[in-house]
Design a protein around this ligand. Structure first.
Ligand code: NAP
Length: 480
């Protein structure tokens, strides 16, 4: 693994950005100046005072040689490292060098930098150094990262680079947190099954690479700008960005617009188009289990992005009744009202009246109903008794997210019902175990995850795939 080597002026953010990036990516962090200080037993200023700059530069080259031996580390360099070409040659051997380009005026005005020895001599010295070194930073770097916005913006750009997403390459998934994601395994398996991205070191391998990329809330704008510039070919989107990403796209397809969430973005000729393959993915997994939304009574637990998509898709596919149960009643009601407004099947059947809003049951009764309810024990039991397909679209059951207080409501389900738990971290959540115990069929979120990835890959690859066959292989491998 190549090192990520950060260069730039003192105060440009090399150490703070480097530390944060190393932590997010699970890499080692090395601060060259701190290593020199540790070895010498004195600070850089003391070394300068005692032995002079020439000796310090010798020590810096020795440290560059040691640092270059590292693999997969984020290395923060001293501001003057570029003064010796030898240093940069050493660091470039196994390093991707990123110049953190921060305006000296911003550094001089930054209270965090006020105590730096360089600024003690006045801002004029910093401007002089910048004039002398900027050409050297630019010349020796593989990429320049403009640190001209906030910290999160710079970190978003850096993460894209840290994850190997520099010009002209591959795919990935963005989210926060992102450590748990299985998307890289799945997409790489799909690409490999179609002979793509196999030759290590070739252009094809890079073009079909797939990485997890940690993008924090608020970092989306910076990420999208960097993605456009880098030549990234597409990316998947997970919590918490599925709704927010829509503000940054050039086009959004109809299903994603109606679901109110995007999980797949295709980048072509600089344009970003958003799609939603989650709901199609779940539908495929439900079909694999021998069920269909058409004519079914569907109950979804949760009122977030996934729940809204399930409710919309079920309604659009002609479900006999759709209930959304949430811990906040107003959110459940809003979700149901929105589905009643947008689901094409309902609007069509109900006529012009139904297109205008909730509550006009006359039209809906012919086709079905979409209801939003509070997730109380009574409402759960009542809904379960009138359900063919129950979908858990809350994080309950996910490791660390808590669990249902009681699963007694499952007893009310008709025996021929299906329970789908979108949680995919564990093969059997408490919900699925209980369903099995009482003889009700259950599926976890893995099928949905794999199918949504396959549908995304069809968009990335521009062709239809033998989804059932590939999904069966991947699900089989992951379930072992
Ligand atoms: P989201 O937008 O954050 O929505 C989460 C929903 O769960 C919200 O309605 C939230 O209620 C509710 N919730 C959270 N904690 C709860 C608790 N302790 N008790 C009751 N309700 C609670 O997330 P999402 O994108 O819809 O995802 C939901 C779940 O689906 C996640 O577990 C996710 O991993 C899973 N998922 C799986 C796949 C797959 O491929 N298998 C795809 C997408 C999503 P409030 O609104 O009141 O906070």
């Amino acid at each position: 693994m190549r090192n990520i080597v950060l260069t730039g002026l003192p105060g440009s953010g090399k150490t703070t950005l480097g530390l944060a990036a190393a932590e997010l990516a699970g890499l080692d962090f090395r601060d060259m100046d701190a290593e020199i200080e540790r070895a010498a037993g004195m600070s850089v200023s003391e070394i300068f005072a005692a032995w002079g700059e020439a000796r310090f530069r010798e020590m810096e080259t020795e440290e560059a040689r040691r640092a270059a031996e590292a693999t997969g580390a984020v290395i923060s360099t001293g501001g003057g490292v570029v003064l010796r070409e030898d240093n940069m040659r050493l660091l470039a051997k196994n390093g991707f060098i990123i110049f953190i380009d921060r305006d000296p005026t911003a550094i001089a005005g930054d209270v965090e930098c006020a105590g730096r020895p360089l600024l003690a001599e006045g801002a004029a010295r910093l401007f002089g150094i910048s004039k002398e070194r900027r050409p050297l930073y630019l010349k020796s770097a593989h990429a320049a990262l403009a640190n001209d916005g906030g910290f999160q913006e710079a970190l978003g750009k850096l993460m894209l680079l840290v994850n190997g997403e520099h010009p002209g390459k591959g795919f990935g998934v963005i989210g926060d947190p992102i450590g748990h994601t299985r998307s890289p395994e799945i997409h790489k398996a799909v690409f490999a099954a179609h002979g793509l991205g196999l030759a290590e070191g070739s252009g094809d391998a890079a073009a079909w690479d797939y990485k997890a990329m940690h993008v924090k809330r608020g970092g989306l704008g910076a990420f999208v700008r960097a993605a456009r510039e880098s030549g990234l070919r597409g990316f998947n989107v997970t919590i918490p960005h599925k709704q927010d990403i829509m503000d940054f796209l050039d086009d959004i397809d109809e299903e994603a617009r109606l679901c109110g969430a995007v999980n797949t973005v295709v980048i072509k000729e600089g344009r970003l188009t958003g799609h939603n393959t989650d709901m199609g993915g779940l539908q495929e997994a439900i079909r694999d289990a021998g069920f269909d939304y058409g004519g079914s009574r569907v109950t979804v637990l949760g009122t977030g992005g996934a729940a809204a998509g399930v409710a919309y898709k079920a309604a659009a596919c002609g479900a006999a009744r759709v209930r959304a149960l949430g811990r906040r009643k107003e959110r459940a009601e809003a979700l149901a009202a929105n589905v009643r407004r947008v689901a094409p099947g309902i609007a069509e059947e109900a006529g012009a009246d139904m297109g205008t809003g909730a509550g006009k049951r006359g039209g809906l009764a012919r086709r079905g109903e979409v209801l939003g309810l509070e997730m109380s024990p009574d409402a759960l039991a009542e809904a379960a008794a009138d359900t063919d397909i129950l979908v858990n679209a809350t994080p309950l059951g996910m490791e660390g997210a808590g669990d249902f207080e009681s699963l007694g409501f499952l007893e009310a389900l008709p025996r021929g019902a299906l329970v789908c738990d979108l949680v995919y971290g564990r093969s059997k959540t408490a919900l699925l175990k209980k369903a099995e115990e009482i003889g009700i069929k259950g599926i976890n979120g893995l099928g949905m995850l794999v199918y949504q990835a396959l549908l995304a890959d069809e968009l990335y690859m521009g062709r239809t795939l033998d989804r059932r066959r590939v999904a069966a292989t991947i699900i089989g491998r992951f379930s072992r």
